[in-house]
Design a protein around this ligand. Structure first.
Ligand code: C2E
Ligand code: MG
Ligand code: MG
Ligand code: MG
Length: 292
């Protein structure tokens, strides 16, 4: 009896797996076509210095303008390709599109740091640095210091020595690195010592909940302290309200990104939005409130 049940379970499991493999296969084919057809685009989400009340950067976030499904977010299509070579092709497209945009912004006098998310598989390709160098050379008017590659803390864990070498080679070109979703990996502390990341991005789940969950508040505070101890910059993601921002300033984290500042927006609306940006009065006065 048990054996029959066991076999039945295996059968169901296989069917699910089979289904998933087929879906992913179809998604990959569709996505490859989408890339060629120019259906991918970048949205940009502002990064602000809350204490100074000004915009200091943008993060490029991938979107798929799907002919039937409308605007599709990266969580819905990147998982199907992140362990295939297609992720590197997409990543190269993203890098080029971001540099193209930076060139325009620089020409308009907006010297914003632009964050670009890079998948582990793309980043660890043997020719990554060489191709990045060639790409940067195509955009001589963009200072490499304005390009910030965001890599997941978790993706750096597999082979720290290798990742560290690639990071150093890229930094020699002038570009910067951020460890994204920081705090969600298992070994933040020990790896931080070995990885020359310029910026820690505090994961949005901690920031979002810090007003209602003391553990999350302590975690956010600890990452800010860690950044200070290791002499790195720190930015908070998931700043959804004015209160989040005010509290962060009081904790010593001036840089922030989140719906409370702006949602990701199409590239052609960014300059207009930035011109109209007015910081919340609470941010400017937060520094006067003194330490917590
Ligand atoms: P991420 O790099 O951590 O980006 C932040 C995500 O959180 C974005 O979702 C953004 O829209 C969302 N977000 C920003 N502020 C808030 C907030 O205040 N509240 C909430 N609830 N969410 C907020 P998005 O655009 O869906 O991107 C999801 C993830 O997909 C990114 O996480 C990144 O890991 C990945 N991704 C995005 N674009 C690319 C890309 O071009 N290449 C690669 N390899 N990955 C990408
Ligand atoms: Mg990111
Ligand atoms: Mg993140
Ligand atoms: Mg994320």
């Amino acid at each position: 009896q048990a054996k029959v049940q066991g076999r039945r379970k295996v059968h169901f499991f296989d069917a699910d797996l089979d289904e998933q493999v087929r879906t992913h296969h179809n998604q990959r084919t569709e996505l490859r076509d989408a890339l060629l057809a120019g259906q991918l685009c970048l949205f940009y989400q502002p990064k602000a210095n809350l204490r100074q009340g000004r915009i200091v950067g943008m993060e490029a976030l991938l979107r798929w303008r799907h002919p039937e499904r409308g605007l599709v977010g990266p969580q819905e299509f990147l998982p199907a390709v992140e362990h295939t070579d297609l992720i590197a092709d997409i990543g190269e497209w993203v890098l080029r599109a971001a540099l193209e945009q930076m060139q325009q912004w620089c020409a308009a006098g907006r010297t914003w740091v632009v964050g670009v998310n890079i998948a582990a598989r793309h980043f660890q390709r043997p020719d990554f640095v060489q191709r990045l160098r060639a790409l940067l050379a195509e955009y001589p008017s963009v200072p490499p210091q304005l390009l910030e590659l965001e890599i997941l803390e978790s993706s750096a864990l597999h082979d720290v020595t290798h990742v560290r070498t690639i990071m150093q080679e890229c930094q020699a070109l002038g570009i910067r690195f951020a460890l994204d979703d920081f705090g969600t990996g298992y070994s933040s502390m020990s790896y931080l010592k070995r990885l020359p990341a310029d910026v820690l991005k505090i994961d949005q789940s901690f920031v979002r909940n810090m007003l209602v969950d003391r553990d999350d508040l302590h975690l956010v505070s600890a990452v800010i302290g860690l950044a200070r101890a290791f002499n790195r910059s720190v930015i908070a993601e998931g700043v959804e309200t004015v209160e989040h921002g005010a509290l962060l300033i009081r904790m010593g984290c001036d840089l922030a990104q989140g719906y409370g500042i702006a949602r990701p927006m199409p590239a052609d609306t960014v300059l207009g939005w930035a011109d109209a940006f007015v910081p919340a009065p609470e941010w400017g006065t937060a520094s006067l409130l003194g330490p917590l």
